[in-house]
Design a protein around this ligand. Structure first.
Ligand code: AMP
Length: 596
């Protein structure tokens, strides 16, 4: 396929916010491209070269790309910089400067696979001369491109493609392009994605053999499985009722979720909840896991928590986050922030997938496959069938330094539901015992300039929850407290990459911030209570017509949820259930007062 054809579709995708139209564009594209180019197309659609978990980065810095634009267009670097100041986007600048060159007309049109391969060379270039090679490769591409092609080439090189195409839109489109688009076909494609986290691979299989093709994609060490997620309950009695009176309770450790892939031989790989590779940050776990997990190959999941090396007591979450994303001082950090990994699930045991086994079977397999070592342990668990026992276990978990308990179903249907949130796992945290609501992980969608002391800086942020049914972000509060001065100082720079000129289509709110932001950054907030509001649009119409939910007196907890992306933030449904549980708590407290 010619790259120009792809670029024309990029432009159409960017211009529409209608879901069906977007799907049709994707379906046509997927059908048009050759089998050879299909995975490349799918990765490039997401602005990537490989599935995200492989961590392949283009590594083209702004200055490098600007140099390439100058060389390819013949414009002096100064003019490139000047144009960039007005456009704010080097891609647009490249497109604008390019027509000034004359000698491009006889060039061969670019093909998708050529572009993909060239970017592959850019990504793998390293060592002496690699910068030059990157610039040269980019110049060669630009020299053969039209202004529109140049715009997207540059954006792609900088990792700023941002077409607004979500993974699930691609899943949808694949099921229409290569199967009958039925609910079953979509479920099969989604399931294959959930267990492989690789849309290029899924595309290749569904294009070749339809639904039977994707059903054959196996769980494999080295390919992370999308994590199963938990619902919440207002209290333990409610959680137990949902489990028909009997459930496995586990400590809910407050740390980083880790999926550990332990091959028969060779290095262990660790993935975060967002499926990024975090092996280099935890070398001691990589080293110790083969000793702990003795039925290999295996995939196990657990929570990595900071501990006091002297006493073995659990330490606050914030400490372990210092180790995440770190590139230097890895050895020193091992000493400074020692961790333990508490395993709570097994997804591949001795090479056999266990995701379709009910939870009690998986736990049994986990117990027999793992021998505790210094740093690797099993999550503490107890099967309970009374509220009193559940309460006692919860108190024990809190006393041990955990944030609460996970209540897990023992039913026949309690399989590992990759990528799904459901009542098979229920989280119940300490905060629920107070009248206040749980914390909320909100997506930042806008910013307000500060006044007075905060002049020239942001004084508040507009937050939204995610509504997966409508695929949109619904505002629920404007948060301006809980920021210290140092944090306030950094906000404009932190959000700069996400600034957009107008309200993103996916955002629903009646408030107009000074700066609109593309939904990406997630932060944790607490508040006094949830109330109904005419301005905020979270769950609008679900409780009362034309009113959404708003968080009163919101306050930043100081915790950026870097481990979450916009779609894994708190959902509208979760906010509604928090509101309902709060209503219930308030009314039962009132009832208590009346009877007292
Ligand atoms: P949350 O991040 O509040 O949605 O809570 C769910 C998270 O709790 C999971 O993603 C895990 O990282 C963590 N967690 C801690 N202990 C457990 C456990 N025993 N079972 C499952 N998840 C756990």
């Amino acid at each position: 396929m010619q790259f120009a054809e792809l670029v024309a579709e990029y432009e159409r995708l960017e211009a529409t916010s209608k879901r069906l139209e977007m799907r049709q564009i994707l379906v046509d594209l997927l059908r048009k491209v050759s089998a050879k180019e299909l995975p490349a197309l799918v990765y490039m659609m997401q602005g990537e070269l490989r599935p995200e978990f492989e961590g392949v980065e283009l590594g083209v810095a702004d200055s490098l790309a600007a140099r390439a634009v100058a060389q390819a267009t013949g414009a002096p670097e100064k003019s490139v910089a000047e144009s960039l100041r007005t456009t704010g986007d080097l891609g647009t600048t490249a497109g604008q400067l390019l027509p000034k060159r004359a000698a491009r007309l006889d060039a061969d049109p670019l093909r998708v696979h050529e572009v993909y391969e060239a970017f592959g060379r850019i990504a793998t270039a390293s060592g002496a001369g690699s910068q030059e090679l990157k610039v040269r490769t980019l110049v060669e591409l630009l020299a053969r491109s039209t202004p529109s092609e140049a715009k997207y080439l540059v954006r792609f090189a900088l990792g700023k493609l941002r077409l607004g195409v979500r993974e699930m839109s691609i899943v949808d489109a694949l099921s229409f392009a290569f199967a009958d688009g039925s609910k079953e076909a979509r479920a099969a494609v989604e399931a294959a994605y959930n267990r492989s986290s690789d849309l290029g691979l899924v595309a290749e299989h569904v294009a070749k053999d339809g639904v039977p093709g994707v059903n054959k994609i196996p769980i494999r060490v080295g390919r992370p499985i999308r994590p199963m997620l938990a619902e919440r309950s207002p209290d333990l009695a409610d959680a137990l009722r949902r489990m028909e009176g009997k459930a496995a309770l586990e400590y809910k450790y407050d740390g980083l979720r880790v999926q550990a892939h332990v091959p028969e031989q060779g290095p262990v790989q660790l993935f975060s909840r967002r499926l990024e590779s975090i092996s280099t940050q935890f070398p001691e776990l990589v080293k110790e896991l083969p000793a702990a997990v003795h039925r290999r190959p295996a995939i196990v999941e657990g929570e990595c928590v900071p501990v006091d090396p002297e006493t073995g007591e659990l330490r606050p979450f914030q400490e372990v986050s210092r180790r995440r994303g770190r590139k230097y001082d890895l050895e020193r950090m091992q000493e400074e922030v020692p961790v333990r990994l508490f395993l709570f699930d097994v997804l591949l045991d001795h090479g056999t997938p266990t995701v379709d086994e009910p939870f009690p079977t998986r736990r049994r397999l986990l117990e027999s496959a793992v021998h505790g070592t210094e740093r690797v342990h099993l999550a503490t668990q107890k099967v309970v069938d009374s509220e009193a026992d559940a309460e006692a276990f919860f108190e024990e978990a809190i006393a041990a330094g955990c944030e609460g308990v996970m209540v897990k179903s023992l039913a026949a249907g309690s399989t590992y539901r990759a990528g799904a949130r459901g009542y098979w796992w229920i989280k119940y945290k300490r905060e629920y015992t107070h009248a206040l609501a749980d914390s909320v992980d909100g997506v930042v969608v806008g910013a307000f300039y500060g006044h007075g002391r905060r002049g020239g800086r942001y004084g508040a942020l507009l937050l939204a929850v995610y509504n997966p049914d409508e695929d949109r972000f619904e505002s629920f509060c404007k948060v301006g407290s809980g920021f210290d001065d140092a944090t306030l100082e950094t906000l404009p720079a932190k959000f700069k990459p996400f600034e957009v000129p107008e309200k993103p289509e996916s955002v629903l709110t009646e408030l107009v911030p000074d700066v609109w932001l593309r939904p990406a950054v997630v932060m944790e907030v607490r508040g006094a209570e949830l109330t109904l509001s005419p301005i905020h649009r979270a769950g609008v119409g679900k409780i009362r017509p034309d009113a959404g939910l708003a968080l009163r007196f919101p306050r930043f907890t100081g915790r950026w949820r870097d481990d979450k992306d916009a779609e894994t933030a708190t959902t509208t449904a979760e906010l509604i259930s928090l509101y309902r549980s709060q209503v219930r708590q308030i009314s039962s407290a009132n009832a208590g007062e009346e009877s007292a």
